[in-house]
Design a protein around this ligand. Structure first.
Ligand SMILES: Cc1ncc(COP(=O)(O)O)c(C=O)c1O
Length: 380
């Protein structure tokens, strides 16, 4: 049986064949501990440092500004808790947006227990945080602004450079969660002028369970994981060499092929969107029409239940719902809620996210299947 067409690349990505090849020796023979002084440690140590260079190249930072972590969630935890705790004598206020990933929102909520207060800046109807709204939330005790680079559900790309410029004028640390943007759009830490940036390997064709955090030189977030001193003492524990190598290669490929991949994803996403709206009325796009990830189309089908549509197409097309309907209640995602998407649209929202491996034939088949299913569901 053929596997369904995968249009859920924002959930996770398959491994890039070049990533698999780069990791192979570390599965088969290069098992040494990078901290070992003997010959078995040399290869893995060199590989970890090479990967650090590859990540740094993609982010345009120094290799020593890259700390390997277990993924986007851990990077966000380290960045936000680390800075909040290190600077608590200076102030106890963080600014974030209402539609961050839970890996940011839950950290901010948790920090309330440590008497650190968070302002959740609203987003507009297209999922945009304005620099003005961030500026208006700054208080004398604000120590950190954490706003995601691009949203995972609707793909809206935030004006991080403008937000960072305001933060810099006030001496406030800036962190951005770039889990979804890396490899899809440029994410240059110098251009954005951020102090910390989170990377999630599995959104970037590397394995799950690996990530990185950019920590600008001169920033001293509190150490998070204490132990034998790996990762400049900041994240102790024997390095996940296999996956670090995978992440490094994934970053090298992402930097090398960024323009071609962006163009391809955009062409596939727009083919899907246009194919659907050409044949169906009452379909609306969530998120910003232009300032949006090139691979993401969050489409709202009016008066439909997203889960019923996903069930109907599930044998052929895999995507994600923006709302879940249970008995007579509907739980809309916090992202669509923050954007004030009306219920009749929100409940029928499906996120389609394409990737490098998506082909035109797959898109045409997906359009056919989605259109047929929507028509059938609306007839019932
Ligand atoms: C925007 C964003 N941040 C953070 C994460 C969490 O990353 P990880 O799954 O690597 O912990 C995700 C994953 O869905 C994400 O989309």
């Amino acid at each position: 049986m053929q596997k369904p067409i995968y249009l859920d690349y924002n959930a996770t990505t398959p491994h890039d064949p070049e990533v698999i090849e780069a990791m192979r020796p570390f599965l088969e023979s290069e098992f040494g501990n990078p901290s070992s002084a003997h010959g078995y440690g040399a290869g893995p140590k060199k590989a970890v440092e090479n990967a650090r260079h590859q990540v740094a190249e993609l982010l345009n930072c120094l290799p020593e500004e890259v700390v390997f972590t277990s993924g986007g969630t851990e990077s966000n935890n380290h960045a936000i808790k680390g800075i909040a705790r290190a600077l608590k004598q200076k102030g106890r206020h963080i600014i974030t947006s209402a539609f961050e990933h839970p890996a940011v929102l839950e950290v901010c909520r948790y920090l309330e227990k440590e008497a650190i207060d968070t302002t959740y800046v609203p987003v507009d109807g297209q999922g945009m945080v304005t620099a003005e709204a961030v500026a208006a939330s700054i208080r004398p005790d604000t120590i950190m602004i954490t706003i995601m680079h691009a949203n995972n559900e609707v793909g809206t790309v935030q004006p991080i450079t403008d937000i960072a410029a305001i933060a810099n004028r006030h001496g406030i640390v800036v962190h951005t969660d770039a889990a979804q943007s890396l490899g899809k759009i440029p994410a240059d830490v110098q251009e954005m002028n951020v102090d910390l940036l989170s990377v999630a390997g599995h959104k970037l064709y590397a394995p799950k369970g690996i990530g990185a955090l950019f920590v600008r030189k001169g920033m001293f977030p509190e150490k998070f994981c204490h132990g034998a001193g790996q990762e400049h003492g900041w994240r102790a524990g024997t390095e996940n060499v296999l996956e670090i190598v995978g992440l490094g290669k994934a970053c090298e490929v992402a930097a090398r092929d960024l323009d071609a991949n962006t163009a391809h994803m955009k062409a596939m996403r727009d083919r899907l969107h246009e194919g659907i709206v050409h044949q169906l009325n009452d379909v609306r796009l969530n998120g910003h029409p232009e300032h949006r990830l090139p691979n993401t189309a969050s489409l709202a089908f009016k008066n439909l239940e997203a889960n019923r549509l996903l069930e109907a197409i599930g044998d052929t097309v895999c995507a994600s719902a923006g709302a879940a309907c249970h008995a007579d209640t509907v739980s809309v995602s916090h992202v669509l809620e923050a954007m004030d998407v009306p219920l009749e649209w929100a409940k029928g929202t499906v996120r389609f996210s394409v990737g490098r491996m998506t082909g035109a034939g797959q898109i045409d088949r997906a359009v056919e299947v989605v259109v047929r299913a929507v028509k059938q569901l609306l007839c019932r």
